[in-house]
Design a protein around this ligand. Sequence first.
Ligand SMILES: NC(=O)c1ccc[n+]([C@@H]2O[C@H](COP(=O)([O-])OP(=O)(O)OC[C@H]3O[C@@H](n4cnc5c(N)ncnc54)[C@H](O)[C@@H]3O)[C@@H](O)[C@H]2O)c1
Length: 307
Amino acid sequence: MKILVTGGAGFIGSNLVFTLAERGHKITVVDNLTSGNKKNLKNFKDRFIEDDVSKPAVIEELKKEKFDIIFHEAANTDTTFKNDEEMFRANVDGYKNILSIADISRSAVVYASSAATYGRGKSPMNEDQKPDPLNAYAVSKKMMDDITKEEIKRGTFPIIGLRYFNVYGPRESFKGKSSSMIYQLYLQMKAGKRPRIFKYGEQKRDFIYVKDVVSANIMAMEKTLKGESGIFNVGTARAESFNKLVQELNKNLGTNYNPEYFDNPYGFYQNVTEADMMLSEKNLGFRTEYDIEKGIADYVKYLINCG
Ligand SMILES: NC(=O)c1ccc[n+]([C@@H]2O[C@H](COP(=O)([O-])OP(=O)(O)OC[C@H]3O[C@@H](n4cnc5c(N)ncnc54)[C@H](O)[C@@H]3O)[C@@H](O)[C@H]2O)c1
C-alpha cells in the first residue's frame, strides 16, 4: 500500500515507519524535524520530505497523490509550550490539512490523540468521560478529537484516533525534556546519579511500550481499511508508580539507587492516569504484549546495546 506518515522522524512515527517498511509498504514521511531527527530514520529507504504539515505548500503537493492510508503523528509534543496560538496552528491546522488530503483521495486516517485530554479526570479513563485538558497541548488534542467526531458523522472517509497514554521505548532520545520518565531516570542512573522524582514517587501513570503502540496503529489501520472509525485509548490498563520505575531500572541495570525526592513544581499535574481498555479491546482487538517489567527489560537491553 501507499502510505503517508507525518512526524515519521519522531519517536513513535519512526518506530511505525520501520514496521510498515518491513511489511513492504511504500512510505512517504513528512516531518519538519522540530522534535524529530533524521537519525531516527537511519536505513529508511523510501521518500522523506522535510516540511511542515501546517503550511499549505506541501499539502497541495500531497493532494496530488493517492495514499491508501495516512498516519498522522506530527505534532508539537511539548506539554509546557507557552504560545497557545502557535500550538493550535501547528497541531489543529496541521490536522485539518491532513484531513483535507484524505477528503480528496478518500484515504483512511489514523492519528495520534492523547490521554492528556482526560486531565485530572477519574481513572480508569474511558473514551466517553468528560475531557479536562490542562494545557495548550492537551486542548489541541481535544480540538482534534472534536473535529474527528464531526468528520465521522459526515462519513466521507474512515478515521481512527488513538489516545496514547505514556509511551516509552527506542528512538525517543531526541525529545529531550519531553522524553519519557523512564528514559530520563535511566540516563540519571546510568550516569551514576540518584534518580530524581517528585515527592514521594507514588504518582502513577499508565506507561505503554512503543512496540505495543505500533501494534495498536497496525490494528487501527486494518479497521479503517474496512471502513471503521472511532476514538480509542491506547494504554495498558495498569497504572504504575514512579517508585516502581526506579525499582525496575535498578533490577535491569544491576544498581541499587534510592530515589531523590523533590517538590512537584507543576500546578496542572495529573496524579494518576490509567486507561480503560474495554473499547479498544472490543473494537480494535488490541491487547498489550508488554507490561512494565517486560517493557523496561526490553528497553534497557536496547539502550545498553546502542551504547
Ligand atoms: N510519546 C507519548 O507519550 C505520547 C502520548 C500521547 C500522544 N502522543 C502523540 O503521538 C504523536 C507522536 O509523538 P512522539 O512521542 O513520537 O513525539 P515526537 O516529538 O518525537 O514526534 C513528533 C514528530 O512530529 C514532527 N513535527 C512536529 N510538528 C510538525 C509539523 N508541523 N509538520 C511536520 N512534522 C512535524 C516532529 O519533528 C517530530 O518528528 C504526537 O502527535 C503526540 O502528540 C505521544
